[in-house]
Design a protein around this ligand. Structure first.
Ligand SMILES: [Zn+2]
Length: 467
């Protein structure tokens, strides 16, 4: 319903329902929007605060996997930061989060002269016995291939070696095609009686960084330990397998503890005319523990905090409330997103839009959006000034904008994802290489300016509703 209201409000010239959509915003409104964009961009680049904010988070909480002391430190940092920044209604909204710890992780090609392989446990994996698990390796590129092997994979380590398809222009799409082997490889390996799953890392680069990430178990299937292997070592393993049988030994010391308290952190720029109507801008505060989570999703955290600061600094107070939400536990449970949906269930109908930034701190190129057809076209027109700075890509019907927005998406809130130039994202994603040094301060600042502008335009009563 809300989607219809949104679509209607955006494309109606007056409050009479039968009036045809306006082809474009009034010229003076477009000029004002362009002027606001220029001022936000120049302020973002000139002040250069986005990188300072990101550095502040990483200094305090370089490791902030859910349930860890770093995650708690990040919550505290965010509360202090929001208050110092002058946001209103700053609070922590509690949720229980899982507590999985990594422990020791290593692997080797077994034999007379063992050769180390660079591996990392997938998030949520069970441990191996203390002296590891050793078995012959079977290589597959698909679940179908594994099930054709059937019993022949029993007692073995299944090596899922499907690369991310590098011909695809959008790395996120390539990720989507290969990631099921990481998400569900352990389940499929368990079904055929294998003893472990070893998954090629999610990147097109051939390098030495193993990429962690979330994985699932099915309580109806025996659980096997699961690890990712660096692509360079996956190539090496595949080459060895091409010559004959290969045995690998894998040690994982991970453990899952009891759930612990966590929190979403929330602060607001209260709307000047419709304070009870909300445009949400969010990123996730947790991060995988191998690097610093600088791109994933420290950048998103910096984007939305800096977006709020920029709006205030530029004297923009939108008609509706802009709510900054730093979600807990995006990476291994989505407990923060779920808790937000529950805590704000009565209010979701008053969320007029939500923007998530969770694709890295790279140059912004536009937005994905859950709206379709005329509603999407109307926002595309509204967002046309972004073309001026190369951020005018707009794709409607492109999903929920980010995993944290799933409860809002389900409630028909129009959801947006900040789209950035992601060609390098999977060089860092979920690895030890995802560090502050890999984030460019100007690219990060531009992302913040674009989020600020889009949120303010969506929150502007005149743009949204002619009534
Ligand atoms: Zn993320």
């Amino acid at each position: 319903l809300l989607r219809l209201v949104f679509a209607f409000a955006l494309c109606c010239a007056c409050s009479t329902p039968a009036v045809a959509p306006k082809p474009s915003p009034a010229p003076e409104a477009a000029a004002a929007a362009t002027a606001r964009l220029t001022s936000l961009v120049e302020r973002a680049l000139g002040d250069n605060q986005a990188i300072v904010t990101l550095r502040g988070l990483i200094d305090v909480a370089p490791k902030r996997l859910s349930g860890s002391p770093g995650a708690a430190a990040a919550v505290h940092w965010a509360l202090v930061h929001m208050r110092e920044q002058g946001l209103q209604n700053v609070r922590a909204e509690p949720c229980a989060v899982p507590c999985w710890q990594r422990g020791e992780e290593r692997a080797e090609l077994a034999g007379a002269a063992p050769q180390p392989l660079r591996v990392t446990a997938l998030g949520g994996s069970i441990n191996t016995p203390p002296d590891g698990v050793e078995a012959e390796v079977v290589e597959v590129r698909s679940f179908e291939q594994l099930h054709e092997l059937g019993q022949r994979a029993a007692g073995k380590i299944v090596f899922f070696n499907r690369p991310m398809p590098r011909a695809l222009r959008r790395p996120g799409q390539a990720y989507g095609e290969a990631v099921p082997q990481r998400s569900n490889g352990a389940i499929e390996a368990g079904k055929v009686g294998a003893v472990a799953a070893l998954v090629r890392s999610m990147t097109t680069a051939i390098d030495g960084y193993p990429h962690t990430g979330a994985m699932n178990y099915d309580d109806a299937v025996p659980k096997v330990p699961a690890a990712a292997i660096a692509t360079a070592d996956a190539e090496l393993l595949a080459a060895a397998l091409a010559k004959g049988p290969v045995r690998v030994r894998l040690w994982l010391g991970c453990r899952t503890g009891e759930d612990v308290p966590g929190a979403n952190v929330v602060g607001e720029l209260v709307g000047r005319e419709r304070p009870d109507e909300v445009v949400l801008i969010g990123g996730h505060l947790d991060a995988w523990d191998l690097g610093e989570g600088a791109h994933d999703d420290g950048a998103g955290v910096a984007h939305v905090l800096e977006a709020a600061r920029l709006l205030s600094a530029c004297g923009v107070q939108p008609a509706r409330t802009i709510r900054v939400v730093l979600f807990a536990n995006e990476e291994n449970g989505l407990r923060g997103a779920t808790a937000y949906g529950v805590a704000h269930a009565d209010e979701l109908a008053r969320h007029v839009a939500a923007i998530e930034t969770d694709a890295g701190g790279f140059t912004p190129i536009g937005f994905s959006c859950s709206l379709r057809d005329a509603a999407a076209d109307a926002v595309k027109t509204l967002f046309a000034p972004l073309q001026e700075i190369g951020a005018g890509t707009f794709v409607g019907g492109a999903g929920a904008g980010g995993a944290d927005l799933a409860p809002l998406h389900a409630a028909d809130v129009p959801c947006f994802g900040l789209w950035v130039d992601g060609q390098k994202y999977f060089d860092y994603h979920h690895t030890a290489a995802d560090t502050l040094a890999m984030v460019n301060e100007r690219e990060l600042a531009l992302g913040a300016a674009v989020v600020a502008w889009a949120a303010s335009v969506l929150a502007d009563r005149d743009a949204l509703s002619p009534r």
